[in-house]
Design a protein around this ligand. Structure first.
Ligand code: NAD
Ligand code: USQ
Length: 382
């Protein structure tokens, strides 16, 4: 298949592009490299040193003989997107290219507006490009489990059957997102569903949980192929952050009681889930939703696991239940369905002590790169 990976210079997109290329697909990366600029804005960095996009794809070609074409530009530049679609003629468009940090979207008005403009308009431009230039192209869109929030009932995969005043219907599952970023994903989902209905576009919304991990089989092949690893209070995510904190012997920053529960998956499963979606496309006009995660944990459970593994490695770190900078439920029910990707063949990589130990070792190797001022959270929701 000819597959565009939009956001292919980022944490999820880069290993996905390599994996799909290794599997024999003709892959092109589209990215405006804005994440590298945001690192500069935040005076932050990836713990792992990352090569330029050009160096990355050149190294991949040198090692494997496989070419990954690159299109450097913005989804919100219509002429650019038109050129990409006309030249590459994709069978599938994997859309990772959004501003993905909840804290970044909550910094102030400007960052909230940027997040929603970048994400919602970018996605709308992709929908129009598919309609006008590649109507059979399958949109594989990265959504998020956080679209659902933490309702007091089980979370279904996209839709819920409701009985109301004696009548029944299957409706989109109610959405209660917790940041302007998570809201942008809800807006995207609505736009995609509408486009599928009116234009007959085929789309899969992958409601992904929090991704942990760093390496995949492909990124491990050479340091130039390194994936990025965020640890700061804005882009670092729960488990990855705790492992980084342990590596520099910093207290683990559990927000509030830490009872808040989230769905997680290993980066090696992210790449496989995208492949499964690509190889089993939605039907024309179908808006399909898969919950993309393998396990759920409370934040406190993750901190306990990291503390234990770190101790076995001779590192003693405390858990700091700091005041929660977010407005979110800490004591809540959590149970979510995730059968569709498994039914299509996903074999989960579960979170073991070994996985934490491996990652801890990688971070220790690069710990001099950690900018300590960036570790504590700096953004509040209020
Ligand atoms: P990332 O920030 O590392 O990568 C996103 C990439 O998209 C960056 O390389 C950036 O330069 C590019 N980009 C952003 N806006 C663009 C635009 N308008 N035009 C072109 N390129 C643009 O993020 P990530 O962690 O790889 O996340 C990828 C996607 O997966 C996001 O949509 C995110 O919401 C979703 N997701 C991520 C996680 C996670 O834990 N990392 C979990 C669930 C869902
Ligand atoms: N948390 C801590 N301590 C920390 C960091 C986070 O206790 O140091 C807590 C947060 O309060 C929250 C939970 O951990 O309750 C998750 O926070 P996170 O920063 O790991 O994840 P989140 O903000 O939800 O966003 C991340 C990605 C986003 C993706 C989302 C998937 O950045 O792109 O959409 O995970 S999900 O959570 O399923 O919506």
């Amino acid at each position: 298949m000819k597959i565009i990976v939009a956001g292919g210079d980022g944490f999820c997109g880069w290993p996905t592009a390599l994996y799909l290329s290794k599997q024999g697909h003709d892959v092109a990366i589209l990215d405006n490299l804005v994440r590298r600029k945001i690192d500069n804005e935040l005076h932050s960095n990836s713990v792992t040193p990352i090569a330029t996009l050009e160096e990355r794809v050149n190294k991949w070609k040198e090692l494997t003989g496989k070419e990954i074409k690159t299109f450097v530009g913005d989804l919100n530049h219509h002429d650019f997107l038109t050129q990409v679609f006309t030249q590459f003629k994709p069978d599938a468009f994997v859309h990772f290219a959004e501003q993905r940090s909840a804290p970044y979207s909550m910094i102030d008005r400007e960052h909230a507006v940027y997040t929603q403009t970048n994400n919602v308009m970018g996605n709308l431009n992709v929908l129009y490009a598919i309609k006008e230039l590649a109507p059979d192209c399958h949109l594989i869109k990265l959504g998020t489990m956080g679209e659902y929030g933490t309702p007091n009932i089980d979370i279904e995969e996209g839709y819920i059957e409701i009985e109301h005043k004696g009548r029944k219907d299957t409706l989109p599952y109610p959405k209660q997102p917790g940041s302007f970023y998570h809201l942008s994903k809800v807006h995207d989902s609505h736009n995609i569903q509408f486009a599928c209905k009116i234009w007959g576009i085929r789309a899969t919304d992958l409601n992904q949980g929090i991704v942990y991990g760093l390496h995949t089989e492909e990124t491990k092949q050479d340091p130039v192929l390194n994936n990025r690893l965020d640890y700061d209070g804005v882009y670092g995510t729960a488990l990855n952050r705790f492992i980084n904190q342990a590596a520099i012997e910093h207290d683990l920053t559990v927000y509030g009681s830490g009872k808040q529960t989230r769905a997680f998956l290993n980066i090696e499963d992210t790449v496989r889930c995208v492949e499964i979606a690509a190889e089993n496309p939605a039907e024309p006009g179908e808006f399909r939703v898969f919950n993309q995660f393998t396990e759920w944990f409370s934040v406190k459970e993750l901190a306990d696991k990291v503390q234990k593994v770190a101790k076995e490695e001779g590192i003693n770190v405390s858990i700091d239940n700091m005041e929660n900078p977010r407005v979110e439920a800490e004591d809540h029910y959590y149970s979510a369905v995730n059968t569709k990707l498994r039914d299509l063949g996903l074999e989960p990589h579960l979170l073991t002590d070994e996985v934490i130990k491996d990652m801890l070792q990688t971070v220790i190797d690069h710990k001099d790169r950690v900018i300590k001022d960036n570790v504590l959270p700096s953004v509040t929701w209020k």
